[in-house]
Design a binder for this molecule. Structure first.
Ligand code: DX5
Ligand code: ZN
Length: 218
């Protein structure tokens, strides 16, 4: 399985986004993870479609857009138009998850469902055949720099097992508290896309952190 590292620009320097995106691209990042927060679904506010549109031309890497907003279907078209390659919607943010996924696919964008730490895999059973990626939150969404929740490894194992059993095609992504230790736990459980914010951007030498993550799962 192809392992991918997705630096989260939530921990980048917002006044130097171009510099910080180009830097991780040059040092082996596979995706750019973009955390969109609305101050309602999560207690924090970040950026909207205009920022996605602004960063689109500065990188060739796929933009992995994680929507932490209520009723995300309201903005799927906007984010697709802005250049998102993957759009993730939380099951906890909409009563119409299935429709939201159909809407993402209709935009020819990869569709992702995201589950909070308190949400069981069972809740997304009926969309598993539809999605390209599943994001298992390994912290409660809203902020960078929180501690990894090790119990989430069970969910990853469950999703990996279902994938194998039914021949589903989704990637399994993890987000929150990922470092060179926790990434191993997640990779062993069956995850293959790893978001890391503060571990990469909070370091003096982010390139060493990207290497450490890659080495940990080799
Ligand atoms: C949290 C965001 C994460 C965040 C992770 O709500 O979804 O993508 O950037 O940050 P770290 O890697 O610092 O836990
Ligand atoms: Zn995220």
């Amino acid at each position: 399985m192809l392992m991918k590292i997705a630096p989260s620009i939530l921990s980048a320097d917002f006044a130097n986004l171009q510099r910080d995106i180009e830097f991780v691209e040059k040092h082996g990042a596979d995706y750019i993870h973009v955390d969109v927060m609305d101050g309602q679904f999560v207690p924090n506010i970040t950026f909207g479609p205009a920022v996605v549109q602004a960063i689109r031309p500065i990188t060739k890497l796929p933009l992995d857009v994680h929507l932490m907003i209520v009723n995300p279907e309201r903005f799927i078209h906007e984010f697709a138009k802005a250049g998102a390659d993957i759009i993730g919607v939380h099951i906890e943010a909409t009563p119409h998850l299935h429709r939201a996924i159909q809407m993402i696919k209709a935009e020819n964008v990869k569709a992702e469902v995201v589950i909070n730490p308190g949400t069981p895999v069972e809740a997304i059973k009926y969309v598993l055949p539809l999605v390209d990626q599943i994001l298992v939150m390994t912290v409660n969404p809203g902020f960078g720099g929180q501690s990894f929740l090790p119990e989430m490894a069970d969910k990853i194992r469950e999703l990996a097992k279902l994938k194998e059993q039914y021949g589903y095609h989704y990637d399994i992504e993890v987000d929150g508290g990922i470092d060179d230790q926790t990434i191993r736990v997640c990779a062993e459980a069956g995850a293959n896309v790893f978001v890391a914010g503060s571990y990469i951007y909070g370091a003096q030498h982010p390139e060493e952190r990207i290497n450490a993550l890659k080495e940990a799962i080799e």
